[in-house]
Design a protein. Structure first.
Length: 460
């Protein structure tokens, strides 16, 4: 933590009688039905530092921005704390949401048809889908189990962690070996469990690759030349909690790690997996409070979901960024591209997401690639702190830092006023709005995997 950030935290916590951070963490009270009121506030800002001020105070600053306005999710009492910090919040959405059950038991499986909230797929459905695709297309797909979730490691249910490799299979394709013949495009989703659209985009990407081979020239060329790796559910324990709510999903963001103690009957335990990666750990945009939505965990890479994913990355990509400094580049000849899907800010983000004042050694190429994806989607592009807020310990920073892998985040959102905003938009938005926007973007991105640091700079 920088000296300025530390001073800000001290100033905030010194407020009395109850600091904003304490108000932000105050338990939400459930009604007789076991539900609590969730409120989304629109918060006008006047200074670029206001986002970090809200994060430092412990607020759930969601991935959305409209002009200079940020959005905070809390309960009816959250407005009081925001006003004490000098902001003028306006409630723009109220929801009655269920609380997580005491048991983290997974839903009963219904195979690929197991859904909640009018169509969103459960973990069981996603995993059945992977197996179904591999069974129906043995010449195109291979499922890989690469680790276990936190609950499974603790013997409390939980899940295996699964990926799928999709390509027109040749000898030695889809091996867990960084010395691959084909370049590799990696797509991951639902590291934040409540961001439901991201898993659905991965589902449709998998189906498009297999069903349009031999019919769509772009897909056919990709399948012949490139390995497409997909982790549709990066945080399965968290998604199981989300699905407990059925048609009223629980807004669980983090994993299910409750080793730091209870957050009270109405709190949300867990570690934010996108703050836990071992790069710039503990920097801006994180919290050491276990009940915070951006709790970074007790140590870098403390969570098995992250260590397993990082292990998979190391088996798929060579470490080509030989320097360890923030400005040391990966070579222009490096192959491979990774995209982490989030929602719902309508942005394309590039490293460093931890600190927007520092540019990577491949900034021009990454910025060019992000810009092209921004044009295809209608989204803003840039480093996180340039257009949203700094966030340390993320997966795309880790893959670039440790491997030199070209890495981006796409924040899927409603940039066109189609009533498809939020973490749980109407399921009809997936086929009518999000997928037509994301399909060309993912095809473009996958094409760049052969030489991302060359083609993106040229296109820009």
């Amino acid at each position: 933590m920088t000296t300025a950030a530390a001073a800000m935290v001290l100033a905030l916590t010194a407020l009395s009688p109850m600091s904003p951070s304490a108000l932000a963490r105050a338990p939400q009270k459930a009604d007789a039905s076991g539900r609590h009121t969730v409120v989304v506030y629109r918060v006008p800002t006047h200074d670029q530092r206001d986002a970090q001020k809200l994060i430092s105070a412990g607020y759930d600053l969601i991935e959305r921005r409209q002009g200079d306005d940020l959005f905070v999710m809390g309960d009816p009492s959250t407005a009081t704390g925001l006003r004490r910090l000098g902001f003028s919040p306006t409630a723009v959405e109220r929801m009655q949401k269920p609380l997580p059950h005491q048991s983290h038991a997974a839903r009963a499986t219904g195979g690929v048809d197991d859904t909640y909230d009018s169509g969103y797929h459960t973990v069981d459905a996603h995993y059945a889908h992977l197996d179904q695709v591999a069974s129906q297309h043995p010449d195109m797909a291979k499922v890989v189990t690469y680790g276990q979730s936190w609950l499974k490691q603790k013997g409390r249910g939980g899940r295996d962690l699964k990926a799928i490799c999709i390509t027109k299979l040749k000898q030695d394709d889809c091996r867990l070996d960084p010395d691959s013949t084909k370049p590799r495009f990696f797509l991951m989703s639902q590291i934040h469990a409540r961001e439901l659209t991201t898993g659905e985009v991965s589902w449709r990407w998998i189906d498009t690759l297999t069903s349009e081979y031999g019919k769509n020239s772009d897909i056919t060329a990709l399948m012949d030349s490139t390995e497409m790796w997909v982790v549709p559910i990066t945080n399965p324990d968290g998604v199981d909690i989300v699905a407990q709510g059925g048609d009223n999903p629980i807004l669980q963001r983090k994993n299910a790690d409750d080793s730091q103690g209870s957050c009270g009957a109405d709190g949300q335990t867990g570690v934010d997996l996108n703050r836990n990666a071992g790069t710039h750990f503990g920097g801006a945009g994180t919290s050491t409070e276990p009940c915070s939505e951006i709790y970074l965990g007790p140590a870098a890479d403390s969570e098995p979901e992250n260590t397993a994913l990082e292990g998979l990355f190391r088996k798929l990509y060579p470490a080509v960024r030989t320097g360890t400094g923030d400005t040391d580049p990966a070579p222009a000849t490096a192959k491979g591209l990774m995209i982490s899907l989030h929602s719902d800010a309508s942005m394309v983000l590039l490293p460093w997401e931890a600190d927007h004042t520092i540019h990577t050694g491949n900034d021009a190429a990454l910025r060019g690639l992000a810009g092209q994806l921004g044009k295809l989607t209608g989204y803003q592009s840039g480093q996180a702190g340039e257009i949203l807020y700094d966030a340390s310990g993320g997966s795309d920073d880790w893959t670039y830092d440790k491997l030199g892998l070209a890495s981006l985040t796409i924040e899927i959102g409603d940039s066109d006023g189609r009533n498809c905003s939020g973490f749980t938009p109407a399921f009809s938005c997936q086929d009518s709005y999000f997928w037509p926007k994301m399909k060309p973007a993912l095809i473009y991105a996958a094409k760049q995997a052969a030489a991302p640091y060359r083609t993106s700079a040229r296109d820009h």
